[in-house]
Ligand binder design. Structure first.
Ligand SMILES: Cc1cc2nc3c(=O)[nH]c(=O)nc-3n(C[C@H](O)[C@H](O)[C@H](O)COP(=O)(O)OP(=O)(O)OC[C@H]3O[C@@H](n4cnc5c(N)ncnc54)[C@H](O)[C@@H]3O)c2cc1C
Length: 824
């Protein structure tokens, strides 16, 4: 019995010390005390106790004295670590080191500082930005008829191109000093979001020049002469930019582009000039067919060592006017049904002077780093905004449609099956929008969030795809039949585009989010890797020693915290001071997830080592956990920033429960597929010691969410805020907006008629006859009868679908049908 108690104290003491991240001497003192107690109580014979104490003293000294520890333990571990560390190319290193970490680092710490997150101010627009959103952006939306573009024009009409250029839409991010708008990332995001509620072609045309492209690269890396020349021209729309990285044989693996620029002397404006002879073959380049300035990525080489350095200089970015001799701009690709300009371009042995290289000669070979840094910001803004915009359109229009459209004498939005899809739509949008705004706000505070940009790119495009897909299922045939009355099909057909670009989604989830996150956000891994690159061995071992032992303490602490939180249901975890009481438990649960995730990440890296890179399914699930914690953080922050709207609470609750359940499944998905069953067994006992506690959000909660989408309300307005709603009465969304209150008002009147029919006070074989009889019997007034008539007329127009001449439907719809088949 005494032995059992002693062992229990040993285990509990170890958990407590690990939990508190106790210093090494505290471990030694605690163990010594336990040994003495064991001797005193005869658990350990006295003759054994003294040698054991001596052994403990020797081991403790070897660990606590830095010089000894480094010599005995750290040195050999360092040598082994260096051997097993997978080789890293320069491009991989540039990608890993690009950008910054922010809240992702906190989520990796096991102890996220929620107060810190909640203190971060909500992003806001300046008066000028708000005015641009309310006027110029509104006007641009109103000018665009997307159906006309996809069915007839196949491009933005000239007056829309002119409006975009004249009003500075192409220079949103260009500083004022160069003639641009100098808007914040949040404003840029708001503008693209609003455009995306109306038009794909317009949104893409605006977002590409403001995203990863020549302007962004010039602002950060251009020479003063390049900035002075190009930025005002880009801001005014005198120059249309594109950026060409992708080659036929280098898509996802963009760093392997075969395009080359050979350093040489050549003739430029009649003078012998130092430059590059560039050969390239690019495809998929957005705005390429109409661009006047081509941003080009190629690998610079200097075989004759004209610059006196290495022969392979690395990826380089240049700006080349498209009328430069030798530049060949191809015809158009047709990206599904989206009618933005996109196409291939080529050049063979095109001589460009060194001045064309962005940043000049000094930036030869720095292109990959430049691209990765700009990607961290650009990827956080455009596509997240684009997909939130499409989702706002889907939620507002489909929610209204689901109330207007009746089957089995019931609005379809009241069927549980439809409710399920509506619930997903509403809660997904709530979270997506929260993550979009929070990430754009981080950029405005100077972050270049490499990992978070991958998270929002992947998860917002995937969730946006889910929202629009759900919407299409709900509206049935109305969504299938193309024409000006179809408000969702064009968005639906363009969904795969964002999924493919700026890091295709499968790659982003499987390789980037955790692969990059584990190294960038982990408090110690990057330090350990950096130590292996240190040339001086003593300094390398000293740096590695600090990182390694800190790492060990960190892992032990997260293991103990994860276990204790699991045992106690995380009820005793500190919560932020000023949060809504109804969300406190969520912060506690997320802290538990964070500790468990940090622990599981460490074990995964330890068990799988470099092999984790190849175990993409495990990496993807670990990335899902990190991503879901980020999405939950944004959701909770939004709830606070919106003023804890009680009416919106179901959206928030459903989103969090759904995410926690998914995160739990992702944990299980990792653990269940561990190569070692013993390690898997142990991990389950540590992370979920009492079993898996999270369940799917309840049907009752789902019902509350769905109900919010099908009636006009402040919640529905907040969920779809800043979206474009046309004022023209024939616009399909404007029709839904008009029909929704009319149908709701008419339902009340119809209920009176039905009750009177039941009581026998009103008779009639048809609805019209019953209404006439109800007026005659004084059950309803003429005005109420008019309400029913108006609702019916509007509802008929809402459910109407377009039809075309037989010849038009075959020829005109062929491309559309092909696109639809692919999108499905
Ligand atoms: C409409 C459109 C606009 C574009 N605009 C531009 C532009 O302006 N400029 C520009 O330079 N490029 C542009 N692109 C190119 C775009 O960035 C590439 O399409 C993208 O990088 C993917 O390359 P890929 O299409 O060749 O697919 P591939 O690289 O062939 O990938 C195919 C599939 O394999 C997956 N995959 C690849 N590697 C891995 C891995 N290691 N692990 C798991 N999965 C993996 C990908 O996720 C993808 O699902 C555009 C593309 C399109 C379609």
């Amino acid at each position: 019995m005494a032995v059992m108690i002693w062992l229990l104290i040993l285990v509990l003491g170890a958990i407590a010390l690990a939990f508190m991240e106790a210093a090494g001497w505290m471990w030694a003192a605690a163990l010594a005390t336990l040994l003495v107690a064991a001797g005193a109580t005869k658990i350990v014979p006295f003759v054994l106790m003294v040698p054991l104490l001596v052994l403990l003293a020797v081991v403790a000294t070897s660990l606590l004295v830095p010089a000894l520890r480094r010599h005995i333990y750290t040195g050999p571990v360092f040598a082994f670590y260096r051997k097993i560390l997978p080789p890293m190319s320069d491009t991989e290193r540039d990608a890993l080191e690009a950008g910054t970490t922010w809240w992702d680092g906190q989520l990796f710490s096991g102890k996220p500082d929620w107060d810190d997150l909640l203190r971060t101010p909500a992003p806001k627009l300046t008066d000028e930005e708000q005015s641009f959103l309310d006027h110029e952006t509104e006007e641009l939306c109103a000018m665009i008829d997307e159906w006309e573009i996809v069915s007839t024009l196949h491009d933005l009409p000239p007056e829309v191109w002119a409006f975009i250029k004249d009003n500075g839409f192409l220079g949103l991010i260009i500083p004022r000093s160069y003639g641009g708008k100098g808007f914040s990332a949040y404003a840029h995001s708001q503008i693209v979001t609003k455009l995306s509620t109306r038009t794909c072609a317009g949104a893409v045309t605006v977002m590409v020049p403001n995203s990863l492209g020549p302007a962004e690269l010039l602002i950060h890396y251009g020479t003063e002469a390049q900035k002075n020349h190009y930025l005002p021209r880009l801001a005014r729309g005198d120059d249309i930019p594109c950026f060409a990285l992708t080659s036929p044989h280098a898509g996802s693996d963009a760093a392997s582009i075969p395009d080359t620029g050979v350093v040489c002397m050549g003739d430029w404006q009649g003078k012998e000039t130092l430059g590059l002879r560039v050969t390239w073959d690019k495809r998929y380049i957005t705005l390429g067919p109409v661009a006047t300035v081509l941003g080009l990525a190629f690998r610079a080489v200097d075989p004759d060592r004209l610059l006196g350095g290495a022969q392979d200089l690395g990826i380089t970015c240049a700006l080349i006017p498209t009328d430069h001799p030798g530049v060949r701009i191809g015809r158009r690709h047709k990206p599904l049904i989206a009618e933005f300009q996109n196409g291939p371009n080529w050049g063979t042995d095109v001589f460009i002077p060194m001045d064309f290289v962005i940043g000049g000669q000094a930036m030869l070979g720095e292109g990959w780093k430049m691209l990765m840094n700009c990607l961290a910001a650009g990827r956080s803004i455009s596509l997240p905004a684009n997909y939130v915009g499409m989702s706002r359109l889907a939620v507002r229009a489909v929610g209204g449609y689901a109330r207007i459209r009746k089957q089995f004498k019931t609005p379809i939005g009241r069927f549980e099956g439809i409710e399920e899809a509506l619930t997903r739509m509403g809660s997904n949008l709530y979270t997506m929008d929260a993550a979009r705004a929070m990430t754009a706000g981080a950029i405005d505070r100077g972050e270049k969030p490499a990992v978070l940009s991958a998270i929002v790119k992947y998860h917002l495009t995937e969730r946006g795809r889910q929202v629009v897909n759900d919407g299409m299922d709900i509206i049935g045939g109305k969504g299938i039949c193309m024409g000006p009355n179809n408000f969702l099909a064009i968005a639906y057909m363009t969904l795969p585009i964002g999924v493919t670009v700026e890091g295709a989604n499968i790659l982003t989830r499987s390789l980037i989010i955790f692969g990059q996150g584990a190294i960038r956000c982990h408090p110690y891994v990057l330090k350990e890797i950096a130590a292996t690159r240190e040339a001086d061995r003593d300094r390398a071992i000293a740096a590695f020693d600090e990182a390694l032992w800190g790492h060990l303490k960190f892992s032990l602490s997260n293991m103990a915290r994860s276990f204790v939180f699991g045992l106690t249901g995380s009820h005793f975890v500190d919560t932020p001071a000023l949060v809504a009481p109804e969300t406190k438990r969520y912060y506690q649960q997320l802290t538990r997830f964070s500790a468990a995730f940090a622990f599981l990440s460490d074990v995964s890296m330890l068990v799988l080592g470099g092999g984790l890179k190849r175990r993409e399914k495990l990496s993807a699930r670990l990335g899902d956990i990190l991503s879901l914690m980020y999405l939950c953080s944004a959701t909770l922050k939004r709830y606070e920033e919106d003023g804890r709207q009680a009416a919106d609470a179901p959206l928030m609750h459903w989103a969090i429960w759904d995410a926690m359940f998914k995160a739990q499944n992702a944990f299980e998905g990792v653990v269940a597929n561990y190569p070692s069953k013993a390690v898997a067994w142990l991990l389950r006992r540590i992370i979920f010691p009492l079993g898996r506690p999270y369940v799917v959000p309840s049907d009752r909660l789902g019902h509350e969410v769905a109900a919010l989408l099908i009636e006009p309300s402040a919640t529905r307005d907040r969920l779809t805020r800043d979206m474009f709603i046309a004022k023209t009465p024939d616009d399909p969304l404007a029709l839904i907006e008009a029909a929704l209150p009319a149908v709701i008002a008419a339902d009340v009147v119809e209920a009176k008629v039905r009750a009177a029919v039941k009581e026998g006070r009103v008779k009639g074989d048809t609805i019209d006859a019953r209404i006439a009889d109800a007026i005659a019997a004084g059950v309803i007034t003429d005005a109420e009868a008019a309400t029913i008539a108006r609702a019916k007329e509007l509802a008929d127009r809402v459910i109407h679908v377009d039809d075309f001449e037989p010849s038009a439907s075959v020829a005109g719809n062929a491309a559309v049908l092909t696109a639809l088949a692919r999108a499905a």
